[in-house]
Design a protein around this ligand. Structure first.
Ligand SMILES: Nc1ncnc2c1ncn2[C@@H]1O[C@H](COP(=O)(O)OP(=O)(O)OP(=O)(O)O)[C@@H](O)[C@H]1O
Ligand SMILES: [Mg+2]
Length: 312
C-alpha cells in the first residue's frame, strides 16, 4: 500500500510544487511507482508534468480531480470515471510516474454546501451541518485514493498554499507531510502556523478517526547565495532551536534557474536536466527521504497501515 505524503506549507511560493514533482520523478527513476495528485487550482504540478494542450484534453474528457469530487457532491453529475480512469500513467514518458491532474475549479462551494445541508437533514450519521461537514472533510481525499492505493509505492499530494478544505482532507489521508520552506522569517512562521493547525485538526478528529499524519521533515528550498551569509545563519539557528536534527533534511535545494526553466519542457528538472545543480540536489534529497522514511516507518508502521484500509 502506498505511503501518502503531502507537500505543504501555508506560505505561498516556497517550493511545494517543485519539491513534489521532483521528488516524485526521482522516486520513479529509482524504480518506485509514484502518483502525483494536484490539489491546487493553480495547477502548477499538472503543468510541470504535462503540456497545456494535454491538460485541455484531460479537462475536455473530464479526466481531472474535479470530476472525482463532483461525483461525490453532485447527484446530477454523471458518474463518468473511477479514480484510475482519471490518472495519466507514464507521465513525462517516465516509467512509474503517474499524475492525477488538477483543475482550475476543483469544486463549487454552493454545490458542496447544499449537498452537506441535504446530508445533515436526511442522514442519521450526519446529525447536523457541522458533523456532515466534518465527515465530508474526513473522507473526501481518502475516498478518492482508496481504490488505487495498492497500485503505488508513493502518492504525493501537492497542496495549495493556505489551509483549505482539500488541504485538511489531505492531512487526514496522509501518513506524512513534507514541509518546504525558504530560509527566511516569514517562511519559518508558516511552518509553525501549519503545525498548530495540524494539531488542532488532530484533536478535532480524536474521537472519530485518529489522524496518522507525522512530519517527515522540513526541506530548505531556494537557498540562493544566502547559504553562507550571516543572515542565513541567524535564521537557521532559530530553526535549529525549535526543531530537532531529525526533523530537518540535511540536503538543501539551492536556487537554480534550471529548476524553474525545466517547466518550459513540461518536465521536472531531474528529468529535463539531470546534470543541473538543482537536479542533483533533488536526487540527493530523495536518497535522504527514503532513509528517513525507513527510520520513521519502523516506529510508525502500525499506525500508518491502518489508514485507508479501515475506511468503509
Ligand atoms: N530551487 C529553485 N531554484 C529556482 N527557482 C525555483 C526553485 N524552486 C522553485 N523555484 C521557482 O519558484 C517559484 C515557486 O515555486 P513553487 O511553485 O514550487 O512554489 P509553491 O510553494 O508550490 O507555490 P504556491 O504556493 O503558489 O503553490 C516557481 O516559479 C518555481 O519554478
Ligand atoms: Mg504550488
Amino acid at each position: 500500500m502506498a505511503y501518502v505524503i503531502a507537500t505543504t506549507n501555508m506560505k505561498g511560493g516556497v517550493g511545494k510544487t517543485t519539491l513534489c514533482v521532483n521528488l516524485a520523478a526521482s522516486l520513479a527513476k529509482v524504480g518506485k511507482r509514484v502518483l502525483v495528485v494536484d490539489l491546487d487550482t493553480q495547477i502548477s504540478a499538472t503543468l510541470s508534468l504535462m503540456s497545456p494542450q494535454d491538460f485541455v484534453k484531460c479537462r475536455k474528457d473530464r479526466r481531472t480531480l474535479r470530476q472525482l469530487i463532483s461525483q461525490r457532491v453532485d447527484p446530477s453529475s454523471p458518474q463518468l470515471h473511477e479514480t484510475a480512469g482519471v490518472i495519466r500513467p507514464y507521465i513525462c514518458e517516465q516509467k512509474g510516474l503517474s499524475l492525477l491532474p488538477g483543475d482550475l475549479d476543483l469544486y463549487d462551494d454552493y454545490m458542496v454546501s447544499s449537498f452537506l445541508h441535504e446530508q445533515a437533514n436526511k442522514d442519521e450519521d450526519n446529525k447536523d451541518f457541522q458533523t456532515a461537514w466534518a465527515n465530508f472533510e474526513r473522507t473526501l481525499i481518502k475516498g478518492i485514493l482508496k481504490p488505487i492505493q495498492n497500485d503505488y509505492d508513493f502518492i504525493i499530494l501537492d497542496c495549495a498554499p493556505g489551509y483549505n478544505l482539500l488541504t485538511r482532507s489531505s492531512f487526514v489521508a496522509s501518513d506524512f507531510y513534507l514541509l518546504p520552506a525558504k530560509p527566511e522569517p516569514l517562511s519559518i512562521a508558516g511552518i509553525q502556523l501549519l503545525q498548530r493547525r495540524i494539531e488542532r485538526l488532530r484533536q478535532s478528529y480524536e474521537d472519530t478517526e485518529p489522524m496518522n499524519i507525522a512530519l517527515l521533515g522540513i526541506v530548505f528550498t531556494m537557498s540562493g547565495n544566502l547559504f553562507s551569509s550571516r543572515y542565513y545563519n541567524q535564521v537557521m539557528k532559530r530553526v535549529q532551536q525549535d526543531y530537532s536534527e531529525q526533523q530537518i533534511f540535511k540536503t538543501q535545494i539551492p536556487n537554480d534557474i534550471q529548476v524553474s526553466r525545466a517547466v518550459d519542457s513540461f518536465k521536472p528538472v531531474v528529468l529535463a536536466n539531470p546534470g543541473a545543480t538543482g537536479a542533483k540536489a533533488f536526487t540527493k534529497l530523495t536518497g535522504e527521504f527514503l532513509k528517513k522514511l525507513e527510520l520513521l516507518t519502523g516506529t510508525k508502521e502500525q499506525k500508518s497501515r491502518m489508514s485507508l484500509a479501515q475506511m468503509d
